[in-house]
Structures are given as C-alpha cells and as structure tokens.
Design a protein around this ligand. Structure first.
Ligand code: BES
Ligand code: MN
Ligand code: ZN
Length: 499
C-alpha cells in the first residue's frame, strides 16, 4: 500500500509554487483570489484555452507548462462546468483529477480552492483533499522492482489554499478518517488469498481495538456452540478455520439501539465442490469485499469518533473443495433453526450471511442492518460496475441509501423482493434451498437473506460489480475500490448521529 499524497491547508492568498491548480467555470471565469494569483498569466490562460479548445467543462483540464509570469512550473486549470449543479462527489473528483497530474518522483502542488463566486466551502475544499488521497492510493506491497525509467514512488506535498484554514483542518481530520477507512478496505481486497485467510483477516480487524472498538472473535468451537451450521458448512472444506468477528463502536447514547453492518468475508471462493471454471478465478480473492468494507467503515466511524452506536459483523471463511467439503444435497441447520438444502456449493455467501445476520438481529437488536456482499455474478450482468444492487424490506432505509449513494457517488439501484421470488427457494427436502435457478439470481439470493433478518429493517447491497475489477476512475486506480465505506459513512452521518 502506498498513500503517497500529503495534504495541508494554507490561506487563500498564499503564493503558489510547484504545480499550481486553479478552477474555472464553463465561461472560463475564475474567482478573485485565483485572478490575483494568476496576475498577468490570465491572458496566457485565455490563449492556451483557445488553442486547446478548452471550454471549462466539468472535469476537463488545461495543462500549461512553464507558464510565463508565474513562479509555478506548471499551471493546471480544471473546469467545473456549471457551478450550480455541483455535488459533493464532484469535488472529490476534482481532487482526483489534480492528483492524476502528478508523475512518479517527488512533487509539490498548490491548489486554489475557489470557484468563480468565491472561496469553496470547507466541505467542498475538504472533498478535494480526500479526492487527492484516494487517487494517490496504489497497492504496491508485493512489487520489488522498479520499471525502467521510473523515478521511484510518487511523493507529493499538496497545499490547498482555503478560506478558513482552521475549519478545513478540523473537517479534514474527520474526512481523512473516512479516506483511511477506504484505503483499509482496498488493501484488504487487494491482498492475495494466501496472505489474507480468515484468521489473518480477524487479526487485521482486531487492530481496530487501538481506536477503542470492542472486538469479539468467534472461533469454530464458539460458532458450533451457537449452531452456525450454515456458515461452518462453507468453511469445512478448507484447511483454514472459519471466524466471525463482531466489532462495536459505542459513540452514541448509552443503551441506544445500534445500527449494524454485516459483511460477506469469503477470503477465497473456489466454488467448492461445484467448482468454478479456471478463467479469472484469481478474482475470487476479492470475495471478502463486503467484510473489507465493514472493517473500513468501522475504522472511519471510530477514528472520527462518530456519535452513534454501531455494530460491524463479518463472517470469514474459505470456500474450498476437499474430502471434508460440503456436497450438493447436504442439508445444514442454520443458527435460526431453519434447514437449508445445498444445491450448489458456489452459492456460499448467502450461507455465511444467514448465520451472521441472524446472530446480529438476535444478539444486538439493531435499529437496522445493512449487509454488503459480493454475492452474485447476476448483479454484474444486470447493473454492471456503476451501481450496487440494493434490496430492502424498508422504504425509509432504501430512500436514505439511495440519497447517500448520489451524494457520495457510490450509487445503488433498488431491485424488487416479493413472495413470487421467495417461493423459488422452497426445497422439497428442507425449509429452503440455497439457489433459486437462473432467473432473477440476485433477487432469489436476497430473498434467501431476508429469511434470516427476523423482521429487522434491513438492506442488502450486492457489490459484486462495484467492489473490485470496476474500470479505473478519477479517485481510484486500484483493482479494489473500497466501495461502500463512503456510502455508509454518509448514511450514518446524515441520519443516525447524535448532534
Ligand atoms: N462470489 C460469487 C459471486 C461473484 C461473481 C462475485 C463474480 C464477484 C464476481 C458467489 O459466491 C457465486 O459464486 N455466486 C454464484 C451463485 C450461483 C451458484 C447461484 C453466481 O453468481 O454464479
Ligand atoms: Mn461462490
Ligand atoms: Zn462467493
């Protein structure tokens, strides 16, 4: 992991050196402090814009080398488009675009956080700072050699010129905690599966103790005692023992019901006896993206001392085929007492979540539960990589998630649940079966989960398309995206924290 960009804040009028970044709208208008910083170079910008057909469109960038009349070695003008329509996510993207202009080696950059109307709000400026750091992330822990001509790792110092330095520093202490959470989630998903197996995952989650998060790790014996036969059945074909980790952050009022987040943590999914084809099977190291998000989110909430009680729970297993692996046709008994006929051992995520959801619903009586899981290939077919699938038994929770998705840029799209889908997982031998056939595969998977929430307000996010392998973006150049940390941090901040 490398987190190569350090961000600091300075007053708006500060003289700019290194790489200077400024913003203009779609009329090429800049703010007063920017105009002062540019001085005579404003004319140069006009000429360069005309020559490059730069119109200040949202996200477009004009890159001028050795700008005459400026101390800066490079001047980058980023277009905002129409200022009235800008969302929080746009500022994150602007930070990402600026960071994308940095090349390997060390660099310094100054960014004037100003719109044509005047200084950006603290929140907007801090979103730029977050975008810089998110874009700067690179997973290079296992690279031992530099490529020819590479000048070594990027090391950049960026100073963001803002209206209110003290306010920006304070806000970035919180927003930076969320960026750290995203980076933790990305690291976990990027790690190879020989390194990151259930016990090691549990150890990494346990590091949250340093932030005051209470950690409880359930080993196989403890889970047997609880009757978690669905989760344990998945892990029984692996040489690596399964774990469940319960994390608690108590930042809210004593006795207040917590909000709960549950993650699928299949550290590697071979499919088990219903083994997957070889092509791209290596991607199944990322089948713990839900659990990674929950750990990243717990970090974010604890590090920014969120005023809310939160439970994070992750079911950690490895789905392997061996002489002790579960078979198609096996019937397992879940912690809820409901029996499940295994039709396909590759539909393992729902089995893991069944026991963890039930455990959380019964033991912690949460206000709501949101689970995240790289659950179905079908969701990638349906929605691609730009939206996670959302299923919910609660319209208010679903609405709030939709809104948080738009604001954070980590979007969700709601899909239906209903009795006609639910009956597709009835079994002739047990209370239910673990697959419902090809039709509506993401929906029948969600119906399965719903049988284990015991009426608790709940939403399921199928993140198979968004957690990993999505196209690179302005704020993520890595295979793992860390999807969900910012979405759920937003959800909590907007609705569930004590003021
Ligand atoms: N982990 C996979 C889903 C997945 C696929 C995640 C591609 C990310 C990318 C899950 O455990 C799985 O294998 N699901 C099966 C379910 C089927 C057997 C009912 C699937 O989607 O094919
Ligand atoms: Mn599977
Ligand atoms: Zn899986």
């Amino acid at each position: 992991m490398s987190d190569a960009i350090k961000v600091g804040f300075v007053p708006l009028a500060t003289a700019a050196r290194g790489i200077l970044v400024v913003f203009c709208d779609d009329a090429l208008k800049v703010g007063p402090a920017t105009s002062k910083t540019l001085g005579g170079a404003a004319e140069l910008v006009k000429r360069a814009a005309a020559a490059a057909a730069f119109k200040g469109k949202n996200g477009a960038a004009l890159d001028i080398l050795a700008p005459e009349g400026l101390k800066a070695e490079r001047l980058i003008v980023i277009g905002t488009g129409k200022v009235s329509g800008l969302k929080g996510n746009d500022f994150l993207k602007f930070g990402g675009i600026a960071a994308g202009k940095l090349k390997a080696g060390s660099a310094s950059m100054s960014i004037v956080a100003e719109l044509p109307e005047g200084a950006m709000s603290t929140e907007q400026a801090v979103a730029i700072a977050s975008g810089l750091r998110l874009r700067g992330y690179k997973f290079d822990r296992y690279k031992t050699k530099k490529k020819d001509g590479e000048e070594g790792a990027l090391r950049a110092d960026v100073s963001l010129a803002v209206d209110d330095v003290a306010a920006a520093k304070k806000a970035f202490a919180a927003a930076g905690a969320v960026v750290d959470g995203v980076i933790i989630a990305r690291d976990l998903v990027n790690e190879p599966p020989n390194v990151l197996y259930p016990e090691e995952f549990a150890r990494r989650a346990s590091q949250l103790r340093k932030l005051g998060v209470k950690i409880e790790v359930l080993d196989v014996k403890a889970m047997q005692k609880l009757g978690m036969g669905a989760l344990l059945g998945v892990g029984q074909g692996s040489a690596r023992p399964s774990r469940t980790v319960i994390m608690r952050w108590d930042g809210g009022k004593k006795g207040d019901a917590p909000v709960a987040f549950v993650g699928k943590g299949v550290c590697f999914d071979t499919g088990g006896i219903s083994i997957k084809p070889a092509g791209s099977m290596e991607d199944m190291k990322g089948d713990m993206g839900g659990a990674a998000c929950v750990v990243g989110l717990m970090h974010a909430l604890a590090a920014r001392k969120a005023k809310v009680n939160v439970v994070g729970a992750i079911g950690l297993v490895e789905n392997m085929p061996d002489g002790n692996a579960q078979r198609p046709g096996d019937i397992v008994t879940s912690m809820s007492g409901q029996t499940i006929e295994i039709i396909n051992t590759d539909a393992e995520g729902r089995l893991v979540l069944a026991d963890v959801l039930w455990y959380v619903a019964k033991k912690t009586k949460p206000k709501f539960m949101v689970d995240l899981a790289t659950l179905t290939g079908a969701i990638v077919v349906a929605l691609g990589t730009d939206h996670a699938g959302m299923f919910s038994n609660n319209d208010e929770l679903a609405q709030r998630l939709l809104a948080a998705g738009i604001e954070s840029g980590e979007k969700v799209w709601r899909l239906p649940l209903g009795p006609e889908y639910d009956k597709l997982i009835d079994s002739q031998f047990a209370d239910m079966k673990n697959t419902g056939g090809r039709h509506g595969g993401s929906i029948t998977a969600a119906q399965f989960l719903q049988r284990f929430v015991d009426g608790t307000p709940w939403a399921h996010l199928d993140i198979a398309g968004t957690a990993m392998g999505a196209p690179k973006t302005d704020i993520n150049q890595s295979w793992a995206s860390g999807y969900g940390v910012r979405l759920l941090d937003r959800l909590v901040a907007d609705h569930y924290e004590r003021k």
